[in-house]
Ligand binder design. Sequence first.
Ligand code: PLP
Length: 398
Amino acid sequence: TNAARVAGRHFLQIPGPTPVPDRILRAMDMPVLDHRGPEFQRLGRRVLENIKGVFKTKNRVFIYPASGTGAWEAALANVLSPGDKVLMFETGHFATLWKNMAIKLGLEPEFIASDWRTGAEPEAIGARLREDKNHEIKAVCVVHNETSTGCVSPIAAVRKAIDDAGHPALFLVDTISSLASIDFHHDEWGVDVTVSGSQKGLMLPPGLSFNAVSDKALAASKNAKTPKLFWSWEEMIPHNDKGFFPYTPGTNLLYGLDAAIDMLNEEGLDNVFARHDRHAEATRRAVRAWGLEILCRVPEHYSSSLTAVMVPEGFNADDFRAKTLEAFDMSLGTGLTKLTGKVFRIGHLGDTNDLTILGALTGVEMGLELSGIPHRKGGVQAAMDFLVGQARNEARIA
Ligand code: PLP
């Protein structure tokens, strides 16, 4: 439409940024405060402490005023030195970007190739580590939820593969599109650096990102030679210990983070994960009813954050996305790099409820019809049948 205004709420169904709840918007709608004063100090102390529960860690979490890419760089730069070998797994577009960053930082990444239709394979990682008798590989880097494909990597199993190989490499995990959507245990799973971002499961705008760390990572940071200042944990620690930052933090985003953590705790993290699982399953049932193919080919690796859907040969997923946006004011995720035109991605993470996901699936079903993509009807019905069954089973209704 060419109208200056579109009525109603835009459906932001991309796999991040996700819609920001009104409560978080209100929490951020505050006068900017003195980031060296006592009021900020209380906020700083609170968020630095409370964010630990979301990562399931007792250790430190560093918070950067940056997008997720910054926290990726921070993770590599704080624990590694130029020339270090790192083992990475090609889950998709984001794993590839992280690998390219490692090259730019002077590291020597080795990339285990894959077809972008599965999560990382612990067996392949373990096999490569066993070959590395001299322990030249200094870190293993895995993307937990590959946002370009909708495949989840089995992080606990990768940890076990590293241990079974008796290899001392650090374990770095990107949870940018899984944190607060898909269960994750920084401490229990022996992750050394967990990278995350604000704009997905945390329901915040883009602009904050995180490094959760282990004692082993902090020890490694003492000897890591990659140049850094903004990303340096060492610069952060003395300030964070007092609730402050070594530079101007994203003060209003931190008010939002404070509210987001409260909201996650009020719902209960386990309920948050179950809700994401439910909406992912409803989405997959719709996709199957439409007769379309899910990109992820390993059911155990299905993502609860997003579903990437393949369009039949001869059709362009971006034409479908453009028509759906124009007709129904809904944004769906595009296919990235080698998936361009071949898939669209339905985001079902963040502040989503049963009716929001059904609204999104309705938009997809109508969009498929509008753009002439061959499909069967009944996807939304299949999702409704599943969700009503879930509501009954869980006795979420009185
Ligand atoms: N890693 C993953 C898994 C992502 O989904 C993204 C962004 O979508 C990034 C890294 C990069 O984060 P950002 O765009 O916030 O810099």
